[in-house]
Design a protein around this ligand. Structure first.
Ligand code: C2O
Ligand code: CU
Length: 488
């Protein structure tokens, strides 16, 4: 029997509907989302090409794209327990995405549709949050936006990625414990028009608590005290390695994307033997680059930093990069440096222009006329850490209007650092303890030092829903340093 044209039409319509694209996210107000034109010629000079296999020992495999469509990245990620090498000659049973720590890197182009078939083979429920991505609320991956994914079940995430930049993914159920056991991965989105063409390497930094016999220490060690101080592991890792090895050509620039996926430990690299430029941070490139003094910026938990590094040594040298300690409690503890990367300089020195040139991205000022406001005050609440005198879940729901800009003041009235993180939206820093930044960039996480105030401009687009606002020291967040914001 031949199907009637109506049946055909109806099934076509159903097909069209099920294949419909997820909601498009418009750019934040006053913002040209393209990479923006560079003054210099962005073509790579072959003389600056890195040595063959330069990042083979360090790079994290990409999640396999199962979809031949140019504009769709479709991957499968399974959260499961797996044995992974950790201490010298030892393996540990870690919680992983697809069996590795970090999990596979998801890589897409700005504007792509990303579909993640997520399976949970862990012994407990989880969700996956796409840290920094401006996704529809239902895809944000928190227990407020979806029922937790129970063991043995799965969930499909499906969204567009509207912004270039360095992002990451991690669980949002018992996040400190689950991230601490190894659940995190990078999510890199290439800009439309690249203005930095140096070879690109993503480095996920984290720490882990492993006992001498290789077993993981309990993720909730020391209870509320652990929550208050933030749990720092004894094993420092870059892309899952205790010492990352890579090669570079003397004088030739490399673009390093740093992600701090630790629960509580802050990241700062000392880069003796390199010229270092800050290119951008959470939401991609900044308006311009800035030369730094041989150190990375301080990258608090959840934050990212994009650097351009230029080795100044000679071919045949090995240069060590150290992870230097940061005093989150301002106790005056001396700085401790631990080698985390070893860069071998190979090949003929590059003599061409290596510094970043001109504008990196268009980052217009936001119009703040008639802007609403919110106040967040980090406070001690009877021995716990909270926001505005309360701890989650005893917080009132905050509300913001869609398609408006707000000015947020974040005050830290406690004696320790707290990285402020907002889900689903970017912000720009208006001033940080009175200092107005010279470069414009998009952030989603920002450390607020003890006894300081930062002011942020937060542009809301049309996406409605419940969004989390929390400290990204995950132990603090789990302990109640978390608020909920409703956009309506
Ligand atoms: Cu990395 Cu609630 O986020
Ligand atoms: Cu905190």
């Amino acid at each position: 029997m031949r199907a009637s044209p109506w049946v055909l039409l109806a099934s076509l319509l159903i097909l069209a509907c099920t294949a419909a694209s997820p909601e498009d996210v418009p750019p934040p107000e006053g913002e040209e989302r393209d990479g923006g034109p560079a003054d210099g010629d962005p073509a790579v000079d072959p003389g600056a090409a890195p040595p063959a296999g330069w990042d083979d020992a360090l790079k994290v495999p990409l999640a396999r794209d199962e979809n031949p469509d140019e504009g769709i990245v479709e991957v499968t990620i399974e959260a499961k327990v797996a044995r992974v090498p950790t201490l010298e000659g030892k393996t540990s049973e870690l919680w992983t995405y697809n069996g590795t720590v970090p999990g596979p890197t998801i890589r897409a182009k700005k504007g792509d549709r990303v579909i993640v078939h997520f399976k949970n083979a862990l012994p407990e429920a989880t969700t996956t949050h796409w840290h920094g991505l401006r996704v529809p609320n239902a895809m944000d991956g928190t227990p407020e936006t979806q029922p937790p994914i129970e063991p043995g079940t799965s969930f499909d995430y499906d969204f567009r990625v509207p912004d270039g930049g360095t992002f990451w993914y991690h669980p949002h159920v018992r996040s400190s414990l689950q991230v601490g056991y190894g659940l995190y991965g990078a999510f890199v989105i290439d800009e439309g028009k690249p203005t930095v063409t140096a070879p690109d390497l993503t480095m996920v930094f984290s720490d882990m608590s492993v006992a001498d016999d290789g077993t993981l220490r309990p993720g909730d060690e020391q209870g509320s005290l652990g929550n208050f101080f933030g749990r720092e592991g004894n094993l420092l890792l870059v892309n899952g390695k205790r010492l990352g090895r890579l090669a570079a050509r003397p004088g030739a620039p490399q673009r390093w994307r740093l992600i701090n996926a630790s629960r509580a430990r802050f990241l700062k690299l000392r880069l003796d033997g390199f010229r270092v430029f800050a290119l951008g941070s959470d939401g991609g490139l900044a308006s311009s680059a800035k030369e730094l003094d041989g150190e990375s910026p301080l990258v608090s938990t959840g934050e990212r930093a994009e650097l351009l590094v230029i080795p100044t040594g000679k071919s045949g040298e090995r240069v060590k990069v150290a992870w230097v300690s940061h005093d989150r409690f301002r106790t005056g503890a001396p700085v401790v440096a631990k080698p985390i990367l070893e860069v071998s300089l190979e090949g003929e020195a590059y003599g061409g222009k290596a510094e970043p040139q001109g504008a990196l991205a268009t980052r217009d000022d936001l119009s703040l006329e008639g802007a609403g406001s919110q106040l967040f005050r980090f406070t001690d609440v009877g021995g716990k850490l909270g926001i505005n005198g309360k701890t989650a879940p005893d917080m009132e729901m905050l509300t913001s209007r869609v398609n408006t800009v707000e000015i947020w003041s974040v005050q830290n009235a406690t004696a320790q650092d707290h990285p402020f993180h907002l889900h689903g939206f970017f912000f720009q820093v208006l001033d940080d303890n009175g200092l107005v930044p010279k470069r414009r960039e998009w952030k989603d996480t920002l450390n607020v030092a003890p006894n300081t105030t930062v002011r942020l401009a937060v542009p809301f687009d049309g996406r409605k829903g419940h969004w989390m606002v929390h400290c990204h020291i995950l132990d603090h967040a789990e302990g109640g340093m978390m608020a909920m914001l409703m956009t309506e």
